[in-house]
Design a binder for this molecule. Sequence first.
Ligand code: DHB
Length: 312
Amino acid sequence: MTNISLESRLGNQVFPNLMTNASGVMCISGEELDKMLESNAGGIITKSATTNYRPGNPTPRQQLLELGSINSMGIPNEGLDFYLKFVLDHQNNEKPIILSVSGLSVEENKELFTQIQSSNFNGLIELNLSCPNVVGKPQVGYDFPTIKEELDTVFSVCDKQIGVKLPPYFDFFQFDQVAEILNQFPIAYVNTINSIGNGMAVDLKNESAYIKPKGGFGGIGGEFIKPIALSNVRAFRKRLNPEIQIIGTGGIKNGSDVFEHVLCGADIVQIGTELWREGTGVFDRLADELKIIMEEKGYTKLSDFRGKLKEL
Ligand code: DHB
C-alpha cells in the first residue's frame, strides 16, 4: 500500500493526509494542541477563539453516548492571542494549522479578523458561524442576512484565506439560499457540518439530562449525524463555485466513513467524537482502513474518487 497517497490540498496548504481534529476536540489547551502536533493527523484546527479567555458553560457539559456525543461547552477558550501565537509558532511545519474564530458579534469578528490581518499568519482562517451553545445567542448560520453581513465585514478587513463553518441544513431551500450568499465571496472553503444543535440525551438510570447547561440541550455529534453531514457535503459541492473547497465533518468513525465523505465531495475531513472517544491513535486506524478500501478499489489518490458519487 506504499503507493497510496492520502495527501490533500486546501487553499494554499498541503495536508500530508486529509484528516484533522474537529474544532472543539483536542485543541483548547496548549497540551492538547501539542498532542495533536505529535499525532499522525494531517493537520490541526484550533478551538474557536473569542477576543478574551472564556471559561465556558458550567459542568457537566459534555458526554459520550453509545452512538455519538452531546456537548454544550460554551466556547471555553484561551482567547485569540494564544491561538494566534500557536499558529505563528508552527507556521511552516508540515502539518497545516487552521485558526478558528468565533466572535460573539459582527463587531467582535471585525476586530478579530483585523488583528489576524495585521499578523504574519498566512494559513487558513475559519469563521465559525454555527456555535449552538452560547446562552442567548442564536446560531448565525440559520440567520441568512447576518451570514451575509458577517462575510461582508470580515472580507472588508482581511484578504487572507478564509473558510466558513456552517451548521447542518435540512431543506433544499436552505442549501440554495446559503450557497447563493457564499458564492458572492472569495471563500477558500466551507466546513460542513457543525454539531446538530439543541439535541437532548437522557440518562435513563438517573432520569436526568446528561449535561447541565441549557437544561440539557446540546450539540449532537458522532455516528448519529453522518447522513446529515454527507447530505450537506454533497448539497454544497453541487451548489458552490468549484473554487470553494469543502471540509467534511460529522459522523466519521471508520475508514469507510472518510471514503464516503470524499465521494460526496470533501477535500479534507475532520474527526470530533471519535477522536474524543479513542484519542489520537484514531488517525492511524482511519488511515489504515481507508488505504485498504482504496487498494481494493484500485485507487491510489483521493482525486480518483472525490465527488464522484453515482446518482441512480
Ligand atoms: C462550541 C460548540 C460549537 O459547536 C462551536 O461551533 C463552537 C463552540 C462550544 O460549545 O464551545
